[in-house]
Design a protein around this ligand. Structure first.
Ligand code: URA
Ligand code: SF4
Length: 200
């Protein structure tokens, strides 16, 4: 099966999915987007209002901040894959429940197998906890973990995880912007000189 075929299958399955109650309140599911394979995968928490309306990840205010942070390290948004732990918006942007995360997990697993990222950047506390804890790493608080480089085994390969603060955190705490920019500098160092393409 070709990559584009499997990507289409995942996207179609997500868009019509009724595996958890978020299906009842979403407008549009958000599978994620980016090249396959991709050297860098960003994982956020869940779609927000704008994402739910458009069916694309990180298109609201947090998305603009993410775009700026990427530009700051010379990486185009089109070079990275961007998705979320859960693919449908929780009502009122509440945290997804453990049952919803578990129901949605197969989609992220299939995406990882396809994308084969070297570097996984978790956006925010929530994605950090889920990604690290489900791979046997008990993370400290994000205030200590952000910008650290952690290696895990996931989907048949070694993946470097860099937890960072959620871009939306900088809307209310402007000082986080510099911290995030510095952590994106770490991402830049980890990926080296080039960006897209590659894989395992
Ligand atoms: N916040 C997230 O965690 N994900 C999105 O897609 C948008 C905002
Ligand atoms: Fe399906 Fe995931 Fe959406 Fe729940 S959040 S309905 S599991 S795609």
């Amino acid at each position: 099966m070709t990559h584009s075929h499997e990507r289409g299958n995942i996207d179609d399955a997500v868009r019509t999915c009724t595996r958890c109650p978020l299906a009842e309140t979403r407008t549009t599911a958000v599978p994620g987007e980016g090249p396959i394979p991709a050297r860098i995968l960003f994982i956020g928490e869940a779609p927000g209002r704008n994402e739910d309306a458009q069916g694309r990840p990180f298109v609201g205010r947090a998305g603009k901040i993410l775009d700026d942070l990427l530009a700051g390290i010379g990486v185009a948004r089109g070079e990275v894959f961007i998705t979320n732990i859960v693919k449908c918006r929780p009502p009122g942007n509440r945290d997804p429940t453990p049952a919803e995360i578990e129901a949605c997990r197969p989609y992220l697993e299939r995406q990882i197998a396809l994308i084969r990222p070297e570097v996984i950047v978790t956006l925010g506390r929530f994605a950090m906890h889920w990604v690290l804890e489900s791979h046997g790493v008990k993370p400290g608080p994000i205030s200590e973990m952000h910008g650290k480089v952690v290696t895990i085994q996931w989907s048949g390969g070694e993946r470097t995880v860099v937890p960072v603060y959620h871009p939306a955190a900088t809307i209310y705490r402007p000082a986080f912007r510099e911290v995030l920019a510095a952590d994106f500098g770490t991402i830049r160092e980890v990926i080296g000189d080039c960006c897209a393409g590659g894989g395992d």
